[in-house]
Design a protein around this ligand. Structure first.
Ligand code: HEC
Length: 266
């Protein structure tokens, strides 16, 4: 119940931030706030809204793969009829349900619309690329799981977004399985000093304005926690091989399992 309330209020803020254009800030100046500071706050709020929108779409698409895992793993079936359009439609439906916003209604010429559509295109492309694997008859477990799918979507998105945005799913260093997911210095520090701090509010992202190679950027780290369903692979007994061939990490429900890390260049 508490989680639902948090989600609703978070998305309320995001919707408000998206509605707040620099123009409307200028039109209703707060005399107590210098114009530059107000514009900066507005752009940080918009960056946050865009980043959380991208994270939401990635999470929703991963959930669709998770919901179809038994179908994907079914050795008796050939064609699973689980193509890019079907996965995208289901992800968009989840996005709508979770946020109250229709992604297709977001102006494609806006920065959010452009980046969100790149994410949606990446979802379709990854599903198209993996049809042979998914439809292989006679093989049960094919290694096509939400984490792998999510990584491929992030990599594809990064190619489409050019030098405008980067998304990556990372994790606390001792939990990282795929070398490509290793946290960089900023992510390591945020995970250690913020997201893993005993008093850090569960689920709260951490964000900051940073400079990367001389470019000004907004970075945000959105925490993700293990649920019961994750523990078949990431749970106990620690060290025992999971179905994917990695040793289990001995984690528990509620432990910080990963971080969706997003960089938006300005
Ligand atoms: C079927 C086994 C399995 C299940 C279930 C599973 N994972 Fe994983 N997870 C993996 C594998 C394998 C990888 C490495 C994927 C890759 O190659 O990028 C991984 C990678 C990750 C990563 C990326 C960082 C890294 O270690 O490479 C995160 C974060 C993660 N898992 C969190 C979760 C969470 C949270 C859940 C539950 C919602 C979950 N996993 C469920 C097997 C699993």
């Amino acid at each position: 119940m508490r989680q639902i309330a948090t989600a609703v209020s978070r998305w309320g803020l995001i919707a408000a931030a998206l509605a707040m254009s620099p123009l409307s800030v200028g039109a209703a100046p707060n005399p107590a706030v210098p114009a530059a500071a107000a514009a900066g706050a507005a752009s940080a709020a918009q960056d946050k809204a865009i980043a959380e929108s991208l994270a939401e779409m990635l999470r929703d698409a991963r959930t669709v793969i998770s919901n179809n895992q038994d179908l994907i793993n079914n050795p008796a079936l050939g064609d699973k009829h689980l193509g890019g359009d079907r996965v995208l439609q289901a992800a968009v439906a989840l996005y709508r349900k979770n946020t109250g916003v229709d992604p297709d209604a977001i102006d494609p010429n806006s920065r959010e619309g452009r980046l969100l559509r790149a994410m949606m295109k990446a979802i379709v492309m990854v599903m198209a690329d993996n049809q042979t694997t998914i439809n292989e008859q006679g093989t049960g477990f094919k290694g096509f799981i939400p984490a792998v799918f999510g990584r491929l979507v992030a990599e594809t998105f990064n190619g489409l977004a050019g030098n405008e945005a980067v998304i990556k799913v990372t994790a606390p260093p001792e939990l990282v399985r795929n070398i490509k997911a290793r946290p960089d210095a900023w992510e390591r520090d945020v995970i250690k000093t913020k997201l893993l701090a005993p008093d850090w509010p569960k689920g709260q992202p951490f964000s900051a304005d940073v400079t990367i190679d001389g470019r000004s950027a907004y970075r945000i780290a959105v925490p993700e926690y293990y649920r019961q369903s994750c523990l078949a692979c990431h749970g106990s007994p620690k060290g025992e091989m999971d179905i994917t061939g990695y040793p289990k990490e001995g984690q528990k429900v509620g432990d910080l399992g990963g971080v969706i890390s997003i960089t938006l260049f300005r």
